[in-house]
Design a protein. Structure first.
Lengths: 268, 268
């Protein structure tokens, strides 16, 4: 294993659009994401989970410190770092096919190659037959699959996923979790897998999916703990294992007080 | 949610009942006007029909409509050419918005037809004055819709495109442009409605002077002035009013249809 993403004393302060105050979203994050690992990022609201992801994606730049990808400083977005957004962010004017093909199309991949690849991916996420549908004609779960296929079309080395399953119902979420693991390569060896940084609200989801869980604290966002998930793979059959419950409990203990505090502050 | 109050009527009944009601109203109206001897002030249904027949078979109405519609089309095009770039600029550049907004707002609050005297002073009565007023009326809906369209662009869609490898040019062409289209289309519909409304007013105000001069085809408004002052034909006047309404409806229906055809992904 070697480092894919290195975060060096990363801090991010931004000006709140609502109050005009300076908000310290992240403070001194020092962390390394290993190649091929599935890293889940959890923490109470306002811990800067999404900010962290957008820094690695290159949508924003750190106030202090730096973020490295394959040893080079991240200065902007790039197709080797695929992003999946919380509420899909599909292009409403493009069909399923049009969305999936967008990455290769904008990078100038030849039509036959990119169309073939899009067909493969659409089949892989189970959307065959829906190629010509527009996003508004799809269910939440189908949009999510489409967003996943769109991200995969560029064959990114790193998958940046911001609460990708938050907006679907529980049953769909369980199915999509299993599918996500399958696509990532749960049944393959660690060297063949892409690297995932997966932000989630669901502690159980983090335990089920990840190799390691990064726990962030809030105000400012900082690393509170890093928890190794000592479960084997494939995970699909381990949902009910007592070890899952133990890890969920452990993580919840770390987050509970601040999560309660976040609720109080948000209602004020 | 539908609440069934009564079983749906058979098609025959649904068509026949309104027709009978309309016919009965017409007959009663005809009788009332003739009984009170108010012909010449109040139109007669039979007279409107007769005028309509004369004006359509002689082609007078079509020639006048074509004259007005031509000015509307040119004015609409001028409005789009000025309003869209201006709206895009105002929506994008904050300082420009802050400095131009008061000017635009005060200009917008002057009804286009209030410019008619100035337009006549500057451009004379040969038709360009009407064109000026129409262009003026069409410009503001374009400015408003274009500046709103820019501000409403979903930031995440831009991020999504950049993360998929899109260049700034691709983002402009494949994200920003389609994002703004529905709003621009709505603006165009308003602009056309304004233009059509103000051409009638402008032609009415400019009057019959140019009607017979041959250089510019008289529009529907000029024909109405002539009908009022020279011919004193109340039936024809009402026929013109009906024709104006029909054209408005046809224009909007046509644009709605075009919007659905061109932007099938837009659910509004």
């Amino acid at each position: 294993m070697n480092a894919l993403v290195e975060l060096r004393h990363l801090s991010k302060t931004y000006t709140s659009a609502r109050t005009g105050d300076a908000v310290e979203a992240l403070a001194d994050i020092d962390f390394t994401v290993q190649r091929g690992e599935f890293l889940a990022i959890v923490g109470p609201s306002g811990c800067g989970k999404s900010t962290l992801l957008s820094l690695v994606a290159g949508f924003s730049t750190p106030t202090r410190g730096e973020a490295l990808f394959e040893g080079a400083r991240i200065t902007g977005p790039g197709p080797e770092r695929g992003v999946m957004f919380q509420d899909y962010a599909l292009f409403p004017w493009r069909t399923v096919h049009g969305n999936v093909v967008f990455g290769p199309w904008s990078r100038g991949v030849a039509p036959t190659t990119r169309n073939e690849r899009a067909r493969e991916l659409i089949a892989m996420v189970g959307l065959t037959g829906f190629e010509q549908r527009y996003p508004h004609e799809l269910s939440g779960g189908m949009r999510q699959r489409c967003a996943l296929a769109r991200m995969l079309a560029n064959d990114p080395v790193l998958w940046l996923m911001d609460e990708p399953l938050a907006a679907v119902d529980l049953q769909t979420r369980i199915i999509l979790q299993d599918e996500l693991l399958r696509l990532w390569g749960d049944e393959r060896s660690a060297t063949e897998r892409p690297t995932v940084m997966f932000v989630t609200h669901g502690i159980d989801e983090a335990v089920l999916l990840a190799d390691r869980v990064l726990v962030l604290g809030r105000r400012p966002g900082r690393i509170k703990a890093v928890v190794e998930v000592s479960l084997g793979r494939p995970r699909a059959r381990l949902r009910t294992s007592p070890e899952v419950a133990r890890l969920v409990e452990q993580l919840w203990t770390l987050i509970r007080d601040e999560a309660a505090q976040a609720i109080i502050e948000e209602t004020q | 949610m539908t609440i069934a109050l009564a079983p749906p009527l058979p098609v025959r009944t649904r068509l026949v009942v309104p027709l009978v009601v309309i016919a009965a109203t017409m007959v009663l109206w005809e009788i009332a006007v003739r009984a009170t001897r108010t012909q010449g002030l109040v139109p007669l249904p039979s007279g409107i029909g007769a005028s309509g027949l004369v004006l359509t078979t002689s082609g007078v109405i079509f020639e006048a409509m074509a004259g007005s519609l031509k000015r509307v089309a040119i004015g609409f095009a001028i409005g789009a050419a000025i309003g869209i770039p201006m709206g895009l600029a105002v929506g994008t550049l904050r300082p420009l918005e802050r400095s131009l907004r008061p000017v635009l707002d005060s200009l917008r609050s002057i009804a286009p037809i209030a410019w008619i005297p100035m337009a006549i002073l500057w451009l004379g009565v040969r038709g360009n004055a009407a064109l000026f007023v129409v262009s003026y009326a069409a410009t503001f809906p374009f400015i408003v819709s274009a500046s709103q369209a820019v501000r409403m662009v979903d930031r995440r869609l831009v991020d999504a495109a950049r993360a998929l490898g899109a260049s700034p040019w691709t983002v402009l062409r494949a994200v920003l442009m389609p994002s703004t289209l529905p709003m621009l289309f709505t603006g165009a519909r308003i602009a056309l409605a304004f233009a059509w409304g103000s051409i009638i007013a402008a032609e009415l105000a400019i009057g019959i002077k140019i009607a017979g001069q041959g250089r510019n085809v008289a529009g529907i408004g000029q024909l109405m002035v002539e009908t009022l002052y020279v011919k004193r034909d109340v039936d024809a006047l009402v026929f013109y009013m009906l024709a104006i309404g029909v054209v408005s409806l046809a224009i909007d229906a046509g644009l709605r249809h075009l919007q659905r055809r061109l932007l099938p992904w837009d659910r509004r």
